[in-house]
Design a protein. Sequence first.
Length: 443
Amino acid sequence: MSRTRRSRTWRTSCEKEAVELARQAGLRQRTLSFTQVASVLVWGWWKQPQAGPSALARFAGSLEVTLEKQTVACHLTERTANWLRALLQRVVAQVVCAQAIALPLLQQLGAVLLEDGSTISLPPAWQSVWRGCGGHASSSERQSQTQAALKLTLRGDLLHGQLHGPHLPEGRRHELASLLHQQEMAKGSLWIADLGYWTLTWLQHLSRQGVFFLLRYKPGIVLWLHHERLDLLSVLPQVVGQRLELLVDVGASQLLKGVRLLAERVPAEGVEPRHQRIARSAQTHGKPINPLVWELAHWTLLVTNVPQTMLSFEQVRALLRARWPIELLFKLWKAHGLLAEWSSRQPWAILCEVSAKLIALVVQHWFVLLSWWDDPHHRLSSVAEVVREQLPTLGHGLCGHLPLGRAIRLLVHRVGGGCAIPKRTTRLSTSYRLLSLWESGLT
């Protein structure tokens, strides 16, 4: 998207749609316009994620808006929370993407879609509205933190940078019930997710749509080889580093046919961390350790419907590692944007803060796409940090001291050096690994 079009998109979201949605939410315009309220809350929490009403009132001065902290606090109501959630949905509906990232291995696919979810715990008083999972926590404190929660669900395109979501269902709602699964994916796309998304009916749906999938194998799922049930442990390689690839049917009723099963024996030092994670998970959920899960930790097991002619064993493994960027995005939003922290104890004020911060973080991602996305070795956290540092320039555009398009150009121009991941001689980063695997495949 061009900078001119980006500024128009921004104007539409910040002004016209904000006003329309505010009226639908039942808000009344008094001393401040709806646009001013949205700007103070969204850009204020973007600039200073830990800001309380006093800090937001001071930030308002940079937008030439005079406010008292009591005025800010009075705006953090149920109607404002509903308004900001509606505005968030309008913002995430904007189709914003960048030029395809310069990795030929990814460019042979229509899109590389990474899907995941992350939980935001809420005060226990909210459990009647936003139910959490509860769980079998080992301590009453941990359990109280899981009684009420939001689940942040997101699908990101590693190739073009486009975000689908984020959406905010209640914490106990399963990932496959997210609004994301009402959105069709383009034929030829590759969808990558973790074990929480493992359902045969969903994978069968993707196959019928012409969408490729890539996941780890879920222990206990029935496999068939040459129309006979496969005893997986009997065929897995026993030598560290040895690999196995089979074409299998998946599911007790063989719903998925012709799926590639890829297996590789893991060194002992790689098995121990897996065993520790399995033990922690069993303890957290109050369940005994599954012996099959414990034994299969000795192998990396993947399933995919991507043809071998398109992706080799090593390329499939590298692409599964490429799921890490969406984890980094959640980490960036929580650690830098303080998405799971808030300055108030009032329930509706907390929801106002979460929604406003999410709007800011989505817009921040737009600037990452505009400024640095075509470099496959960009460091997401560094680009986002520089963008946030340039918010005063954006403020001049919002106040009319500069044309908004020019303010955006200046902001993007200042995202300069120091944002790229250097190439290491050992333990290549994911981007360099994906590039090297394509180059080696051509020789």
